[in-house]
Design a protein around this ligand. Sequence first.
Ligand SMILES: *Cc1c(COP(=O)(O)O)cnc(C)c1O
Length: 435
Amino acid sequence: MQLYSTNNKELRVSFKDAVFNSLPEDKGLYMPENIPTLDAYFIQNLSRYTFQDIAFRVASALIGDSLPTSDLRRIIDDAIDFEAPVRPLDSGLAVLELFHGPSLAFKDFGARFMSRVMAALSHADERVLDVLVATSGDTGGAVALGFLGVPGTRVTILYPKGKVSPVQELQLTTNGQNIRAVEINGTFDDCQALVKEAFNDPELKAALRLTSANSINIARLIPQTFYYFYAYAQLQIQGLDEVVFSVPSGNFGNIGAGLLACKMGLPVKQFIAATNVNDTVPRFLQNGRYEPRPSVQTLANAMDVGNPSNWVRIMDIFDNDPEALKRLVSSYTVTDAETREAIRLLFDRYGYVACPHTAIAWQAADWYRAEHAGSYATVFLSTAHPCKFPEVFPDDIATRISIPSQVSQLEGREKQARPMDVDFGAFKRYLLDVS
Ligand SMILES: *Cc1c(COP(=O)(O)O)cnc(C)c1O
């Protein structure tokens, strides 16, 4: 598999280069040189395969010989070891639950796959891979748990003191093994600035094999295609074959993977990009002007993104033709008040408890269905377990949230984090192990 940069289609890099240096120097994003089409027989018979078999076929087609087949099979079986069930709520309406992994969010797919790919692409004689990541919450947990116990890797997570939820903090700070947490006396932006400075520091670059676990890494995008195929397989079993996916979107990696799956031959009638009031993409689809704005804080904070980092990939999939894009992608913006109302409606109508991100996807899907009659199935993606956001639910709904073992087992564990001021010198000494 060779990749080009969206800013320079003449450039070619190997899969390994794209994985370890996720950002091209020209600031574009890496895309596969060829997007393969899966054979129609396979797609018509998806329901005969297991989730892991489907993931393996899709990944093999994309990655080709960049990894030995036996390595890829092992990585998939190990990384994709939890379910992604499609639960019907109503005739023609279902939810695809992507939160059954260790951090209870869909980012587990990307993080678990990427960590194992990085380990497999490293040679036995190479130094330990030092992964640095700054987090405002969800990404850090998925990365920490994604790399936990992966040989040849060490993860350092920077998070802002007092600014992540209690569950998130436990996910970041109670792992031990190859994962360590640094609690920065500052903001998320301070954490990010420290990580950035580390990547630019000549001494650190010489001493350590540094890499980032950035959300734009191609190895995080690829595994997110798997569950679109698997969802389709489950719909086939239910006798449905026309599907609309509604995707709660922030950086547009999740929906980008769906569009990639579609390009590979998955028959999807329509995608719905559901956003909170950070509506750069809905505005673009309406007036044709891409005008990013600073992000605004909302109830669905993992989607508080003013300038979605994966957007150029999506434009690239459509050869930068906004009309082609609009034929396949609809979008809706959901306010905080509408999100609370959607949480209520989902609960009252179906007895279903959805996290705020998921509720946004449902609301957008519901509006779409009201505007488009037809016998298609609508599947909205549930990106996180509601127990991660206890503060948004009214009491009668909150009491109905069950606490999964991934969280209950964290209780009583000891927090281990190195407190640190916003001080690059101190961070550098910590990384070099001289303090
Ligand atoms: C990251 C995240 C999203 C947004 O996904 P993108 O790929 O950035 O569009 C939605 N919901 C949850 C719970 C998330 O953690």
